[in-house]
Write a protein that binds this ligand. Structure first.
Ligand SMILES: *Cc1c(COP(=O)(O)O)cnc(C)c1O
Length: 365
């Protein structure tokens, strides 16, 4: 019997075992067509069916209203930083940005390169070293901004907005949900745009999901090339150019899997249980493990922690890996450890990690 390996990678991240098995079964011969999904035309009936079913499943899972378009683009979440600017700032001179950690900070910096639009920092917790998210009640949006951008979950710093904003600004809210989309219930109608790279909580890298309110498609600068234009992609039913076909197929399988688990509501419950277990293990370790994030801002997806020294952290990561608990090394900026426990990480994986943490603390205190 192969030993069960639990992979805590922040992204590309672990996928549901049953989804990988189904993909394996269908790899050489997709549903009796004699060819792989990777080898078929993106405009043919077979792939169009895969795409339409994936979109419908996502709509079902997130209750996406009819006046929102769903696009499966490429280029990762990073490409969206500039697509948002090109597509949504015509007639505006300012964009509001909330800085809550590494990713929202990068987003604001990159958005700011597309002159002449100014970036107004509506809130930032950088001076407090990103140990909590800037409270929504402290956000100071400007008047007449094209949109307000924030990240619902900070993958590197291990922070998350447990309660999402609604109606905080006149401008549409845009959220980078790359690392927590589909992990909990959201009200899509509160947002102008939601976007996410697939490789954390959806599927393999390559597909980037953009959920956009229809009326915002008309805010694009007139002179942008079609490949950067949401409206062009939308007008061609997602087939302006070749999409990431295999990634979309895999995303569709993951959406079906989430449905089988009971949908986003069920995922939210189990995700809370997993995160509680892990934070409890940290908090009840008599100081052996530490997570300094304000409790109300702790991410349920990316749990960061460290021991008393970088040397001991290194030993932890090494021994954990030997025990089939993989990719626990923290992000290079922060050191320590990071356990990413997205939807596809089973409760048993977190339980096994907690057991290992108890043992390791006992042996090394
Ligand atoms: C990973 C990540 C990104 C960057 O995604 P790419 O697909 O690599 O461009 C952006 N934002 C958040 C919140 C992320 O977790």
């Amino acid at each position: 019997m192969k030993q069960t390996v639990y992979n805590f990678s922040a992204g590309p991240a672990t996928l549901p075992h049953s989804v990988l098995e189904q993909a394996q079964n269908e790899l050489l011969d997709y549903k009796g067509n004699g060819v792989s999904v990777m080898e078929i035309s993106h405009r043919g009936a077979i792939f169009m069916d895969i795409l339409h079913r994936a979109e419908q499943s996502l709509r079902d899972l997130l209750n996406i209203p009819n006046n929102y378009k769903v696009l499966f683009l490429q280029g990762g979440a990073s490409t969206q930083f500039s697509m948002l600017m090109l597509n949504l700032t015509r007639g505006f001179d300012t964009v509001d940005a909330v800085i809550s950690g590494n990713w929202s900070q990068i987003a604001a910096a990159q958005m700011g390169k597309l002159l002449p639009t100014k970036i107004h920092i509506a809130a930032s917790n950088e001076s407090q070293h990103f140990l909590s998210v800037p409270p929504i009640s402290n956000w100071q949006p400007s008047h007449n901004a094209a949109f307000l951008h924030f990240a619902s979950n900070e993958t590197v710093h291990g922070l998350q907005y447990h309660i999402l904003p609604s109606q905080v600004a006149e401008a549409p809210l845009i959220s980078d949900m790359s690392s927590d989309i589909l992990s909990r219930e959201i009200n899509v109608a509160d947002f102008g745009v939601i976007y996410a790279g697939a490789q954390k909580n959806i599927g393999p890298a390559g597909a980037t999901i953009v959920i956009i309110r229809e009326d915002l498609l008309d805010r694009a600068h007139a002179d942008i090339p079609d490949v950067w234009c949401y409206k062009s992609h939308s007008a061609k039913d997602g087939m302006y150019n070749t999409p990431a076909t295999y990634s979309i197929y895999m995303a569709g399988l993951v959406f079906d899997w989430i449905k089988q688990q009971g949908g986003v509501t069920a995922m939210q419950k189990i995700n809370a249980k997993k995160a509680d277990l892990l934070y409890q293990t940290i908090d009840q370790s008599s100081g052996f493990y530490k997570n300094n994030i304000d409790v109300a801002s702790r991410s349920q997806m990316n749990v960061i922690f460290h021991t008393a020294s970088p040397k001991l952290d290194e030993l932890f990561v090494k021994e954990a890996s030997k025990s089939n608990l993989k990719t626990l090394k923290g992000y290079k900026l922060l050191g320590g450890m990071r356990a990413s426990i997205y939807n596809a990480m089973p409760l048993q994986g977190v339980e096994t990690l907690c057991q290992f943490m108890h043992e390791f603390a006992r042996k090394n205190s």
